[in-house]
Design a protein around this ligand. Structure first.
Ligand code: PLP
Length: 361
């Protein structure tokens, strides 16, 4: 049979067909508190690195595997550059790891609710995602290992709840998984706003990888930079899978400057963000709402059953965007609010008060 006669499979492949494009509501508003990016802006050192780039930075390909960035990450965490993989946003690291791991059909386990990309990234890569409610997973981490997953995804601190799974819990999960078990992927997108990190453990354990992003505390969401940290042998597999040229030269230069944080801009804005987070939570509590405790740059606020979307729409009609979470496992309906400089949060609180006063949603 010639190649032309070979019967072709369905296009796209069956397990891919139900995937859709990512379509959150991104119509412009005056105050956008919906995506957890840095509303203080971008570190001045990173801007200067972009502005000062030589023409070669655009005309020529970037470095194959962004070695300057690997060095900058290694310096930031006191580890070896061989323990660092970089990518076009941390989603790219997740995707590369998913692709590198095990045979088709394996499952990815996660505690729910969590990062909305886990389901689609799993399916794109021919895996099934299996969610276990956080309440169950926290009671017994072994529930995440039921059905022999190829990977366990733990977001720490978690998006959208804001909580940090305790260290002892992580230790028992890693212990129960064992050295030959599934890879434990620890997404630390928000660890810059929390007190602790799994990075010191990840570089010694054969099967844990920590993923970080420059999209949140570092104010570089528009440049798309993320990195993974783990043992050099695991990191090498991720680097193969991600391929060359994934981080542009401008992104690499800006990310190196942001990570060095020579002028302390990142540290200062993170401190202000944490203070504003507690102030916002107190203001919400004073209004009778019950924001969940958060170790991130956002707060999740439960709302009446079935009203998450309408709450977001009511706020949007007052020129403020928040992210709705309808029927969240363990939580119910809720909205997530990104912490911002106080004048923006004041505008949010005005919109909230006006919404409540008018009996909306
Ligand atoms: C925002 C976020 C990311 C960041 O993804 P990038 O691709 O680096 O922008 C990763 N994980 C979680 C849980 C997030 O909330």
């Amino acid at each position: 049979m010639s190649p032309a006669d070979t019967p072709r499979g369905a296009l796209p492949r069956p397990d891919y067909r139900t995937l859709t494009r990512y379509t959150p509501d991104r119509r412009p508003v005056a105050v956008d508190l919906s995506d957890n990016t840095n509303l203080w802006g971008t570190p001045p050192g990173a801007l200067a690195a972009v502005r000062g780039a030589a023409p070669d930075a655009l005309a020529r390909y970037p470095h194959l595997y962004a070695d300057d960035l690997r060095e900058a990450v290694a310096r930031r965490h006191g580890i070896d550059p061989k323990q660092v993989a970089t990518g076009c946003g941390s989603d790219d690291i997740l995707d590369s790891l998913w692709r590198a791991l095990a045979e088709d059909g394996g499952t990815v386990a996660y505690a729910a609710p969590t990062f909305s990309m886990v389901e689609p990234l799993s399916r794109m890569n021919g895996r099934l995602a299996r969610g276990v409610p956080w309440s169950r997973a926290l009671d017994d981490p072994a529930t995440l290992l039921e059905g022999d997953p190829v990977m366990v995804y733990v977001c720490r601190p978690n998006n959208p709840t804001g909580h940090v799974a305790p260290v002892e819990w992580m230790e028992s999960l890693v212990h129960a998984a064992g050295p030959d078990g599934p890879v434990i992927l620890v997404d630390e997108a928000y660890a810059d706003f929390a007190e602790e990190s799994w990075i010191p453990r990840a570089v010694t354990h054969p099967r844990t990888l920590v993923v970080r992003t420059l999209s949140k505390a570092y104010g570089l969401a528009g440049l798309r930079v993320g990195y993974g940290v783990g043992r050099a042998d695991l990191v090498a597999e991720v680097e193969k899978s991600r391929g060359p040229y994934k981080v542009s030269r401008l992104a690499e230069a800006a990310a190196c400057a942001a990570l060095a944080d020579d002028d302390g801009w990142v540290a200062r804005t993170v401190a202000e963000c944490r203070a504003n987070r507690e102030r916002l939570a107190a203001e919400l509590r004073a209004r009778g709402a019950g924001p969940l405790p958060s170790s991130t740059n956002f707060v999740l606020v439960p709302v009446a059953e079935g009203t998450a979307r309408d709450t977001a729409l009511a706020l949007r009609s007052r020129d403020v965007a928040v992210r709705p979470f309808p029927a969240c496992p363990d939580v119910g309906d809720a909205v997530r609010i990104t912490v911002a400089p106080w004048p923006l949060l004041e505008r949010f609180l005005e919109a909230w008060d006006s919404m409540v006063a008018e009996g909306a949603p």
